[in-house]
Design a protein around this ligand. Structure first.
Ligand code: ZN
Length: 346
């Protein structure tokens, strides 16, 4: 049975207390714990709908007192950002229209690139258009492909992106990270191991089966764009939910072609439209590429909306749960997120 291999387990429960607003009569609040069908990691869902994304005034980030010194701005970039060594990138830096790839001054690993996406310092979500996104992904992926060819000791390849301060991004100027590593992090490693185990047990690829099951269940499936399949994650990594996109035919970064980039950009633009309509101003994304020669771990992308809990004291939307318990918490039901997003994917 196909469905028995991939199980979507939800443990629903509730907590009852005497509520001060109802004259201390009993009130019951529901919550859920879900188990990720691949990794077995859990996630909590509670406080449904109680946290709304906070509006940011992006234009304030451009004022001199907040902006401060930005190394990515055009007037400083050439002078204060590093260049790659000749044996890695003989060009020193890679350029494609506005996109500019440089080494990270604070490297995550042996090969660690920063992709400056725009000439402008503050770029609204609506202005992260098709051209800018495509140029950024094109340049970053080509960097990873070149690194892969010269550096097989770092078999895993990642793109990551923090957009705007609620996401933890240290600079407002839009930029992504591209790096090769032999230590891709716990989430990546757990998924890779579990994907291998699934392949060894059933002789088939988890990710292909996963999108088939999700498409048939039609609870979290959002849509297909070319070679990409979009859905809301069964366990959300972000407080405001998480959307993922699977490329079931891509297993390593050398297989990620321009058509895949176009599909990724097309889906992302739809998500941005949804974000704009719901006052989401910030997000984290990741794009995972497994090692060469395997057919168990498909390329996939994640995007999680981020917000401050308030703009009075700028409390972040991460707390002891994520930091110390390694447990994601979400206030959005993935099935509702998928239903909302479907409108944008029609
Ligand atoms: Zn700047």
């Amino acid at each position: 049975m196909m469905s028995s291999r991939i199980r979507f387990q939800v443990f629903q429960s509730e907590s009852t207390f005497l509520h001060p607003r109802t004259g201390f009569s009993p009130v019951t609040e529901r919550f859920e714990v879900r188990i990720d069908p691949l990794t077995g990691r859990t996630g909590h869902f509670s406080h449904f709908g109680a946290i709304k994304p906070q509006k940011l005034s992006l234009d304030a980030y451009a004022t001199p007192e907040i902006k401060g010194f930005c190394p990515f701005c055009l007037e400083h970039r050439d002078r204060v950002t590093p260049r790659f060594k000749d044996d890695i990138l003989s060009e020193g830096r890679l350029i494609r229209n506005e996109a500019c790839l440089i080494p990270n001054l604070f490297p995550y690993d042996v090969h660690s690139g920063v992709l400056i996406m725009t000439d402008h310092h503050v770029v609204h979500l609506k202005d992260l258009n098709e051209q800018r996104l495509f140029d950024a992904f094109w340049l970053g992926i080509h960097f990873l492909q070149r690194i892969k060819a010269i550096s097989p000791e770092q078999p895993y390849h990642l793109m990551t992106w923090n957009y705007m301060p609620p996401s933890g991004g240290g600079l407002v100027h839009p930029h992504q990270q591209y790096f090769a590593t032999s230590n891709p992090g716990n989430q990546f490693s757990d998924e890779l191991k579990a994907s291998d185990a699934f392949y060894n047990s059933y002789g088939t690829n988890y990710w292909r089966e996963f999108i088939e099951v999700e498409r048939l269940q039609d609870k979290r499936f959002i849509g297909q764009i070319g070679s990409s399949y979009w859905l809301s994650s069964f366990v959300s990594m972000g407080l405001l939910g998480e959307i993922m996109c699977v490329f079931p035919e891509v297993f390593d970064v050398s297989q990620f072609a321009e058509t895949h980039m176009e599909d990724l950009v097309a889906g992302l633009l739809k998500i941005f439209k949804y974000y704009i309509s719901t006052d989401i101003y910030s997000f984290n994304t990741s794009l995972f590429f497994g090692p060469e020669g395997q057919q168990s771990f498909a390329c996939h992308f994640r995007i999680a909306a981020r917000t401050f809990l308030n703009t009075r004291d700028y409390a972040p939307d991460l707390n002891f749960f994520q930091v110390l318990l390694s447990e994601p918490v979400s206030v959005v039901r993935p099935e509702e997120l998928a239903a909302d997003l479907k409108e944008f994917f029609r």
